[in-house]
Design a protein around this ligand. Structure first.
Ligand code: GLU
Length: 472
């Protein structure tokens, strides 16, 4: 939620680019071109209410960079959606994709509504109408611009989008790839729902595995017994917390817009989520302490703070009071540029959004590839692999005279399922990107992982432009 009038996510992203550009020898005109949004589409459309009245709604789709096509990024339904926010989020998508080496340009879209104020039928009409506005201007398509879920949208909305797109493009063989994050039954991919949270977990796991970095923060390596506070228990916050807990960390606090919960002994993430769904909040939960003003949890002592809600949450006002050693940005833009400077002064490590929440778009990429190839991952080779491993085990048994148990055979001779391959690709992407980013940080002797991430991303985007011969 934007707390101060002057805050601009887009300006913050531009300053991050400038910080990185200072370390590279790029033509200033090229840096300016890379910073700006290539295409901005703002539109208004009517929603007919059941009582016959009309409400005019505002939608956006902003394509930040066409250096790679299609462009990619989520669609947000929130009453805070505005042009500056969508521009900033679109720009972040460009740098996120470049950093984790996913061949997309960045984009973002949104409708300025509070989705909780509309029933399912109205949300379906809004989503379908939004999609047809994009189709009219060719702002959507598997080769042009591929939306995905973001704050306030999910698989259900993506199913409406693909259905609308197909109605207008019945002869397009690649139409399923016009949007990602679809339900698995609608040509989505197994593992997309958990992907962002899984990526957050892998990113934090990698960060806490580096001995010299942890020593500099006065922490032990590993996630075991690390105390974590999470802001937001939506899709990203929930899965981030769940996977970190499964790896041995203690979730001691969870902040939500309508109150938080704190328990030094650790909160059972699955149980609290169930309670939250049934009771529309944490109030009355038997274990732990209910925190009326959940903002207080941001400044409560812990090892790792994971803001997983919206942008502009850690600002120059609360940054001096943060007691976490590491901030893992699961949301987009939760730490302002001014706040980050204060945090780095205080020797707090910030794992930047453009890296940490890239798991979502990474698995979106796999879904898009699946849609274009029209075959699920693992379908062709799974059984072949199983038989090959079985034959190998038979040979080992013959040579050694030993016998494998049924359980051992089942584990060793299994073929990879779609989910196995998705998780493996996600892990590979997140692990490599973290260590490349951290290497740049150490080589350049800079404190900020974000600047290191932007240096890598900016350099890759610049190469795309330079190879076109547009800039010297
Ligand atoms: N909305 C997500 C993000 O901000 C996912 C984008 C995508 O999958 O295209 O990264």
């Amino acid at each position: 939620m934007s707390k101060n009038q002057d805050y601009s996510l887009f300006n913050d992203v531009c300053s991050f680019v400038d910080d990185a550009a200072a370390h590279l020898d790029l033509h200033p005109g090229l840096v300016e071109q890379i910073k700006q949004c290539n295409s901005i589409y703002k539109f208004n459309f009517p929603l007919r209410k059941d009582d016959g009245s009309y409400e005019v709604l505002t939608g956006y789709r902003i394509q930040h960079s066409h250096h790679k096509l299609p462009v990619k990024g989520g669609i947000r339904f929130s009453e805070h959606v505005n042009e500056d926010e969508v521009k900033g989020l679109a720009a972040l998508m460009t740098f996120k994709c470049a950093l984790v080496n996913i061949p997309f340009g960045g984009a973002k879209g949104g409708v300025r509504i509070d989705p909780l104020k509309y029933d399912v039928g109205q949300l379906e009409r809004i989503t379908r109408r939004y999609t047809s506005e994009l189709i009219k201007k060719k702002f959507i398509g598997p080769a042009i611009d591929v939306p995905a879920p973001d704050y306030g949208t999910g698989a259900r909305e993506m199913a409406w989008i693909v259905d609308t797109y197909e109605a207008f493009n019945p002869d397009s063989i690649n139409s399923k790839g016009c949007v990602t994050g679809k339900p698995v039954s609608q040509h989505g991919i197994d593992g997309r729902t958990e992907a962002t949270g899984m990526g957050v977990y892998i990113g934090i796991r990698e960060a806490v595995s580096v001995k010299e970095d942890m020593e500099a923060l006065g922490l032990q390596t590993g996630l075991k017994d690390k105390k974590i506070i999470v802001q937001g228990l939506g899709n990203v916050g929930y899965y981030s917390a769940l996977f970190c807990q499964e790896a041995g960390a203690k979730i001691i606090g969870i902040a939500e817009w309508n109150g938080g919960i704190y328990d030094e002994n650790g909160i059972d993430v699955e149980a609290i989520k169930k309670y939250q769904i049934e009771n529309k909040g944490f109030k009355g939960y038997q274990k732990g302490k209910f925190i009326e003003n959940s903002g207080d949890l941001l400044t409560t002592a812990c090892d790792i703070l994971i803001p997983a809600a919206l942008e502009n949450q850690i600002t120059k006002e609360n940054a001096p009071h943060i007691k976490a050693k590491i901030i893992g940005e699961a949301a987009n833009g939760p730490v302002t540029q001014e706040a980050e400077k204060i945090l780095l002064e205080k020797n707090i490590m910030v794992i930047p959004d453009m890296y940490l929440n890239a798991g979502g778009v990474t698995v979106s990429y796999f879904e898009w590839l699946k849609n274009l190839s029209r075959v699920s991952f693992g379908k062709i080779e799974k059984r072949y692999d199983m038989q090959k491993f079985d034959r190998l085990l038979d040979n080992i048994e013959q040579a050694t005279g030993d016998k494998f148990s049924e359980e051992q055979r089942a584990v060793i001779a299994q073929g990879a399922s779609e989910r196995d391959l998705v998780n493996s690709g996600l892990e590979e992407t997140m692990v490599n990107a973290y260590h490349s980013m951290n290497k740049v940080r150490h080589e350049k002797k800079i404190k900020s992982l974000r600047t290191a991430g932007f240096i890598l991303a900016l350099d890759r985007i610049a190469v795309s432009y330079l190879d076109l011969g547009i800039f010297p």
